[in-house]
Ligand binder design. Structure first.
Ligand SMILES: Nc1ncnc2c1ncn2[C@@H]1O[C@H](COP(=O)(O)OP(=O)(O)OP(=O)(O)O)[C@@H](O)[C@H]1O
Ligand SMILES: [Mg+2]
Length: 709
């Protein structure tokens, strides 16, 4: 409009107002045009309420009855679903998450009742022909020039169109991570968003800040973990090696296909396309003393052959419905460690695992002796270091046990007390009843030693015998004169460590004692990396009757070895694969202090160990995923150190120690199977709901021996 033509102030004002209205009309129309491109217009911001944008603000809009009833399952029917607003000022798109949906029978509200009728409770359909008021929280917004969305803070105009967005627009506005481990499809607490077309992934960087998965029994924790692993191996070119601590043989099934197709199929199609079972696994199987003793042919002591027999037995017993009797197991020659493999029906690399302490410093031994008092630890250190100084290596742990046994047995100890230089290197030949007694204590822990004198048998290729070791330890004890309580405390810990049956396994082979080597975790990870298959630490098969001390010892040892290998490699600038460690049923390994009162020292030491592993893991690329059904049984430190929390169906009482967004909390006890809330710094909105499918690979209870699904 030509300004010169206007006369007088009032005229100008009016004209400008007219201009303004024209301009705004144009803008509004443009926003509706834009809205149509982005999806389906379903309503507009209310003209009546005020539109206030502030921290945590809510916005209201109205949906007319014909839109409201046009489809049975629309986003505006569901709390938690997403819509967008196009603001006419700058045509910016604003993402909102629905918080409440308000329906009202307005006829009833103004007192209009249906005509009196004989039918009791007669219905009045016209009462429902009313507008729906929807309230949503503002989440993120994005203008045309923005590369990624920013927090929604700008004012929003009344009458702005509200849109049910197309999936691509929604994906842009949600700004979900484009790469990473797939957790499932974006959902609301009640069901899929956009029919499962939007994958929820967690970037690998978040993995190294550790994850906690929480959910009641049967809510789908193990299913989720398995789906995460198979999708990672199938979908990510570069990914960490997963190491799974498997208590129930759930994860050894990863190479087995699922006989029934996973559901819902729409989620399979959009989130797990082409995801199939893995080509193989490495089973690291702790081998107990008993197992070796049972399989050993005493006529011809061939340890490799025995381990091969055990590998066969393992494969047969674990996968018997799947395989025939003639499994060919070959020893893999070119690895530095003992490993066997078979190729049919899938690749299985079997690595027998035992702990060997001959190269383990006393500090690194402490995770295996949780609850050891500082005095007892000092004593242990003194004994071991002195021995190492003399022989260049530590002794088998049984020698310490043998020496301590004598001191614990009071009557024997007294006779030692009378003559403190009772034993010395010079009177080897005059060996005494008491030393013989000590050897007897040790003998049950040496395979194939029945009716044999072991006193002159050298250990491994070293130049010492058990008699030497026990003798030296007795000398040290006599000299140090530790308090009786200290000896007892150390004795208790050492004997329960020996009872695990997986530590320092000695076998008499002709005239020497052979010690089985501990496979090196660095080598195992490198094999897994070359083969591109995960590692399963199978704690069920070999240790079924061993008790939890054994399972914990092997688990702590594994974590300790992995982290020190990563750390050492880093210090030497050697590149190594990153690791994703999965600990299903984590409360069994990392218990809570309040639950195990009598052993709170042990629990505190374990907490310190987890903190150290978590801290180093962040820096060196070892991510930890803990899964549990119970926060009250789980060591509190894990709740604090896991930066991403995945919550499947969970009772409120289990959520007290976790900060959960208030509006999401209500839904958690009622979630369906495999539905989850994921809280993570990796998500722009802070949290999302997602749903995974039924297992993508076989998932059955091996111990119950039921058929494969
Ligand atoms: N293919 C399948 N189709 C449908 N449901 C399945 C399928 N496989 C497993 N389920 C169901 O999923 C649930 C088990 O899930 P999962 O084993 O992942 O739970 P969990 O949270 O690990 O439980 P727990 O605490 O007992 O270990 C069971 O209720 C099981 O019946
Ligand atoms: Mg489970």
């Amino acid at each position: 409009m030509d300004k010169k033509e206007t006369i007088g102030l009032n005229e100008e004002f009016l004209n400008n107002a007219e201009d303004q209205a024209n301009k705004l009309e144009k803008l509004l129309l443009m926003s509706y045009e834009e809205a149509k491109k982005d999806g389906k217009i379903i309503g507009k911001i209310s003209r009546y309420g005020e539109v206030k944008v502030e921290e945590n603000s809510e916005i209201e809009f109205i949906i007319d009855p014909s839109t409201y009833y046009s489809e049975p399952d629309a986003p505006f029917h569901k709390v938690g679903d997403y819509l967008i607003i196009i603001d006419p000022k700058d045509l910016r798109k604003v993402l909102i998450r629905i918080k409440s949906i308000i329906r009202k029978d307005e006829l009833a509200a103004i007192g209009l009742e249906p005509p009196i009728s004989q039918i009791v409770n007669s219905i009045e359909p016209r009462g429902l022909i009313t507008n729906t008021l929807v309230k949503g929280e503002l989440v993120l917004e994005m203008s045309k020039d923005d590369k990624s969305p920013r927090p929604a803070t700008k004012s929003i105009e009344p009458q702005s169109p509200v849109v049910d967005p197309n999936p691509d627009i929604l994906i842009k506005l949600l700004d979900l991570p484009k790469e990473g481990i797939t957790f499932g499809a974006l959902s609301t607490p009640s069901g899929l968003v956009k029919n499962g077309q939007i994958p929820v992934r967690l970037p690998l960087s978040a993995l190294y800040h550790h994850i906690l998965i929480l959910g009641t029994t049967g809510s789908g924790k193990t299913t989720l973990l398995k789906n995460m692993i198979v999708s990672m191996y199938n979908q990510l070119e570069k990914h960490p090696i997963s190491i799974i601590i498997d208590l129930n043989q759930d994860f050894v099934q990863l190479p087995i296909p699922n006989n029934i197709s996973p559901a819902p199929q729409e989620v399979v199609k959009s989130c797990y396309k082409d995801v199939r079972q893995l080509k193989g696994i490495i089973s690291v199987v702790p081998i107990s003393y008993d197992l070796i003793e049972n399989k050993l042919d005493t006529n011809k002591i061939d340890i490799n052959r025995t381990l091969k027999e055990i590998a066969k037995k393992y494969f047969y017993e674990t996968f018997s419905p799947l395989i025939n009797d003639n499994i060919l197991f070959n020893q893999i020659e070119n690895y530095k460690i003992m490993a066997m493999e078979t190729k049919n029906p899938f690749r299985l690399i079997f690595i027998p695992y035992v702990i060997n302490t001959l190269e383990t410093s006393t500090d690194s031994l402490s995770p295996l002796l949780p609850g050891l008092t500082p005095l007892a630890k000092d004593l242990l250190k003194k004994m071991r270091e002195k021995f190492k100084k003399n022989h260049g290596v530590y002794s088998p742990i049984q020698a310490i046990y043998g020496a301590l046994s004598i001191f614990v047995d009071k009557s024997i100890y007294k006779s030692f007390n009378k003559n403190s230089s009772y034993y010395s290197k010079t009177n080897y030949d005059e060996k005494d009843e008491l030393l013989e007694q000590a050897l007897e204590y040790v003998k049950p822990y040496i395979i194939n030693s029945d009716n044999i004198d072991i006193e002159n048998l050298k250990i491994g290729n070293y130049n010492f015998t058990f008699l030497d070791a026990i003798g030296e330890y007795i000398d040290i004890l006599l000299k140090a004169r530790p308090h009786e309580e200290t000896i007892k405390a150390l004795y208790r810990r050492i004997s329960s460590l020996i009872e695990t049956q997986v530590i320092d396994i000695l076998i008499r082979q002709q005239n020497k004692l052979v010690l089985i080597n501990e496979p090196d975790w660095g080598t195992i990870v490198n094999i897994a990396n070359d083969e591109n298959i995960p590692i399963v630490l199978d704690l069920k098969w070999g240790l079924d009757f061993a008790g939890f001390d054994a399972l914990r010892a092997v688990t702590y040892r594994t974590l300790d070895k992995l982290i020190s290998w990563k750390h050492k490699s880093w210090a030497q600038r050697i590149e190594t694969p990153n690791i994703m460690t999965i600990i299903d049923e984590a409360h069994q390994f990392f218990q809570n202090e309040s639950k195990v009162k009598e052993d709170s020292d042990a629990i505190r030491q374990v907490s310190a160990m987890i903190s150290k592993i978590a801290r180093l893991g962040r820096a060196r690329g070892v991510g930890l995923i803990f899964s549990t059904h119970s926060t009250s049984d789980l060591n509190d430190i894990i709740l604090q150190l896991a930066n991403t929390k995945v919550i499947l169906r969970t009772e409120k009482s289990q959520l007290e120690k976790i900060s959960v967004p208030k509006e999401a909390m209500e839904y958690l006890p009622r979630l369906q199977d495999r539905m989850m809330l994921i809280e993570s710094f990796a998500f722009r909105m802070g949290y999302v709901f997602a749903q995974t499918t039924t297992p993508l690979t076989a998932h059955y209870d091996i111990s119950a021996n039921i058929t494969y699904y």
